[in-house]
Design a protein around this ligand. Structure first.
Ligand code: F6P
Length: 522
């Protein structure tokens, strides 16, 4: 029997004992439970004392991590090995925020020189845009920046620009992702073409949504300002430099990155340019520094004190032993409104896999469904089900001690609600009549930040990336490819001309029937 199999069997037996039977009892038995099951790192505290674990569970999970060689796999990532085997690529988003400049090599070449060169070009460009030194074709100051991108080329910058809005002191930044023309049209409605800069963000520069929006944006500029204005109203962020050139964007306005940066891990690269323009290069450097500090923690802390490892282990415990199929994200901070969407891509595109590294079908579950809304909004929508529904959904609370505004009477209510919801889920309430009975013993984790700063946000996102890495490593899957999004893209290319021609040959009856219904009226 392998060491990993032995560790798994030990966990199964432990789970069969229903340990810990009841969190309420666990708190009663151990007055130090909060202290033992929480950890502070800089200004972030993670409390997992309201999780369905005890000391024995954590010990057995750590044994599983050791047996599954998580540390070895982590070291391979930091060493630039080609751990994304299906695409034969290294996975080095950690190099993008490697503030120590410790050499990180791909194929024997240290990538830090290239990383720092692009960062410095981004710094010059964003400083110019923010100060007005880089102006539009008519010499006007840029008042609005529109980022056109989708998936990893949208969610990271869109989420972080909103999350760090108290630091925003640059031009307004907008995000257009959907191929639905309404998204671009609605955004352009309020904008002055003579003061607008478009950033076309696409790793591949082929993504249909982004290229369709980019061409429409180009037409809008040409219509209002003429063809000659184009170079001063566009910049590009991409790994496909030849395609950017063909679009008509000059080299001096093209910010590159590399194939070892996955889309969902790219906010630290030139894809973060909208954030740098919004909050300034110094704050962006703090964002990178926060992530780097977390990288160093993940790289060096022993398993038992390693926060991302701990969370990844809990995720596996919940998914494979408790068989929880979803996890709900509850940021009690409205600026983190887009966080659930960002985490959906990070976790579900990374770990939503059904085969192992060798392509063999797995016999256990992988990524849970992530979902959520900011608190307190979610309380008035789906928390009913979380408290009294038939399924148990672990919740992840995120709360910030200091308010990001100065309106009196709000923040204490917000924080009280976060605490009360986590408490109610765990404590429950007895009612013999049934309807008002809360079973309780429902698990949650709780993150506390002192303030939401560029550093703390950077650290939190890096923590999440490494947590996803850990669960992916335990499952033995490739967390860095995304073949599952390809088939739909191919089929859409076949279907689009059929909408015009009406040709339904070879289509299944449902697709044919729907297509007929959706065809434009003559
Ligand atoms: O949807 C698949 C995907 O490849 C994501 O992984 C990626 O973030 C997104 O599309 C955008 O891709 P690109 O940056 O190449 O336009």
């Amino acid at each position: 029997m392998t060491v990993a199999k032995r560790a798994l069997d030990a966990l199964s037996q432990h789970h069969a004992k229903k340990a810990p039977h009841d969190m309420r009892q666990a708190f009663a038995d151990d007055p130090l439970r909060f202290k033992r099951f929480s950890l502070a790192l800089d200004d972030m505290l993670l409390d997992w004392s309201k999780c369905a674990v005890n000391a024995e569970t954590m010990k057995l999970l750590h044994e599983l991590a050791q047996a599954s060689e998580v540390e070895n796999r982590r070291d391979q990532m930091f060493a630039g090995d080609l751990i994304n085997t299906t695409e034969k690529r290294a996975v080095l988003h950690v190099a993008l925020r490697n503030r120590s400049n410790r050499p990180i090599r791909v194929d024997g070449k240290d990538v830090m020189g290239d990383v720092n060169r692009v960062l410095s070009a981004m710094r010059d460009f964003s400083t110019g845009v923010r100060s007005g030194a880089i102006a539009t074709a008519s010499g006007k100051r840029i008042s609005d920046v529109v980022n056109i991108g989708i998936g990893g080329s949208d969610l990271g910058p869109a989420m972080t620009v909103l999350a760090l809005s108290p630091y925003q002191d640059g031009p307004r930044v907008h995000f257009v992702s959907n191929v639905d023309g309404a998204h671009l049209a609605d955004t352009l409605k309020g904008l002055d073409p003579a003061r607008t800069l478009f950033l076309i963000a696409s790793k591949t520069f082929t993504t249909i949504e982004t290229m369709t929006n980019a061409h429409s944006a180009r037409e809008w500029i040409v219509k209002h300002l003429g063809e000659t204005a184009v170079p001063k109203h566009f910049a590009a962020i991409s790994t496909a430099l030849d395609k950017v050139k063909a679009f008509g964007i000059g080299e001096e306005r093209t910010f590159g990155f590399w194939d070892w940066v996955g889309g969902r891990y790219s906010v630290w690269s030139a894809i973060g340019l909208p954030l740098m323009i919004a909050i300034g290069p110094d704050n962006f450097a703090h964002f990178l520094a926060g992530a780097h500090a977390m990288d160093e923690h993940f790289r060096t802390a022993p398993l038992a004190q390693n926060l991302p490892v701990r969370l990844g282990l809990l995720d596996v415990w919940y998914r494979n032993f408790h068989r929880f199929t979803t996890r709900s994200i509850a940021p009690y901070h409205s600026a983190l409104k887009r966080l659930p969407a960002y985490l959906q891509q990070l976790e579900m595109e990374s770990n939503g896999k059904q085969v192992d590294m060798a392509g063999q079908l797995l016999t256990f579950g992988t990524s849970p469904v992530l979902w959520g809304e900011p608190g307190t909004n979610g309380q008035h929508a789906y928390f009913q089900m979380l408290h009294q529904g038939t399924d148990v959904t672990p919740l992840e609370f995120i709360a910030v001690r200091d308010a990001a505004h100065d309106l009196p009477g709000h923040h204490s209510k917000l924080l009280a609600n976060a605490l009360a919801q986590a408490q109610a889920l765990m404590v429950g309430q007895r009612d013999t009549g049934g309807h008002k009975n809360f079973p309780g013993n429902r698990p949650s984790t709780f993150f506390v930040f002192e303030q939401l700063t560029p550093e703390s946000l950077g650290a939190f996102l890096a923590l999440y990336e490494h947590r996803v890495f850990t669960s992916g490593a335990l499952w033995g899957i490739n967390s860095f490819d995304q073949w599952g999004v390809e088939l739909g893209k191919v089929l859409a290319r076949d279907i689009e001309p059929r909408l015009a021609s009406g040709d339904v040959q070879g289509l299944d009856a449902s697709t044919a029937g729907l297509l007929a219904r959706l065809r434009p009226r003559p």
